[in-house]
Design a protein around this ligand. Structure first.
Ligand code: UDP
Ligand code: MG
Length: 309
């Protein structure tokens, strides 16, 4: 018999814990047919509601349910990492607690693994139910990051993935603090099969992602998988030098031909403002990378466990 580990990151998902379990267990005939044992790891990411209580209740009903509870909110990426570390399965699948990753896709995903794929990933082809401005910025982000990064980051990719133990071990070898999971999956490679489905709205509760949180996450993604922005300063520096040389040339000719009347302070002010703006912008980019490096160098743990059952 092989073991399938189901990793469910939960942050304030008390209404969804039991719903998710019921939905997952609708696959029972499939598990039996394939001879799969199942363990369900609920990773409580420092929830402030009754998530832990709900998981414990489930645990009393079914011994295959496991709980890992963080000391505070460490973020979904940390929850996924903890789940992967604690999982014992030959196959591991990650799903959101809000049923946006339908467990009914599992049998099809598993059939692809048996065809010889190492990992089966999902992507949503629509963004139904999402504010249009958010979809617009999401699309822009994917275009930009794929332009400047060698790692492929697929638009609309979910964290819903079924993987073999080999892939899980590869991911666990990436111990970086700044974890941009979508990039990490791309970076480790392996034979991946993509499955597409229409976006499903969350079962209960609200999304944990505000626009601002997503914006910062996008910057994390860029700094984690591309160093192109660092080269921007050099490129702009060269550009401004060329412009300066052209201007020197024009001014010398003009002075020789028409003399040198005093004036031009407004243009001077504009130039000073613009160039210092560019300098600060570039300094900010360097600062972003420096801060990420600083966090990595500290080697803080990715998560801390308060309770494990
Ligand atoms: N989540 C988490 N920690 C967080 C935020 C979210 O573990 O800090 C979990 C959340 O409980 C859910 C999944 O990550 O199971 C996806 O979150 P959400 O549905 O809010 O994101 P969306 O689907 O809107 O991208
Ligand atoms: Mg969701």
């Amino acid at each position: 018999m092989s073991l399938l580990s189901v990793i469910v990151p939960c942050y304030n998902e008390e209404e969804n814990v039991a719903c998710f379990y019921e939905e997952l267990m609708k696959n029972r005939p499939f598990f039996e047919k394939e001879g799969l044992e199942v363990e369900i790891l609920y990773i409580d990411d420092g929830s402030r509601d009754g998530t832990v209580r709900e998981v414990k209740k489930l645990r009393e009903r079914d011994g295959r349910v496991r709980l890992i509870s963080f000391s505070r909110n460490f973020g979904k990426e940390a929850a996924i990492y903890a789940g992967l570390e604690k999982s014992k399965g030959d196959y591991v699948v990650m799903m959101d607690a809000d049923l946006q990753d339908p467990p009914s896709l599992l049998p099809e995903m598993f059939s692809h693994i048996q065809e010889g794929y190492d990992s089966v990933a999902t992507r949503r082809v629509s963004r139904k139910g999402e504010p249009p401005i958010r979809s617009f910025f999401a699309r822009m982000f994917y275009r930009l990051v794929n332009h400047i990064s060698k790692t492929e980051i697929v638009d609309g990719a979910r964290d819903y993935r079924l993987m073999t133990r080999q892939v899980v071990d590869a991911i666990l070898r990436m111990t970086e603090y700044n974890r941009f999971t979508k990039g990490i999956f791309g970076w480790v490679g392996f034979k991946t099969r993509w499955m597409e489905y229409e976006n499903i709205e969350r079962a209960h509760g609200e999304t944990k992602w505000s626009f601002w949180k997503l914006f910062l996450y996008a910057i994390d993604g860029i700094t984690a998988f591309s160093t192109v922005p660092l080269a921007l300063a050099s490129v702009m520096g060269v550009l401004f030098c060329i412009i300066a040389f052209l201007m020197i040339f024009v001014i010398i000719i003009k002075t020789l031909l028409f003399g040198d009347p005093v004036g031009g302070w407004p243009s001077m002010t504009c130039i000073i403002c613009m160039v210092s703006g560019v300098q600060l912008f570039c300094l900010g980019i360097v600062g972003q990378y420096l801060s990420k490096t600083y966090m990595e160098v500290k080697k803080r743990p990715i998560y801390l466990i308060k309770e494990e059952i």
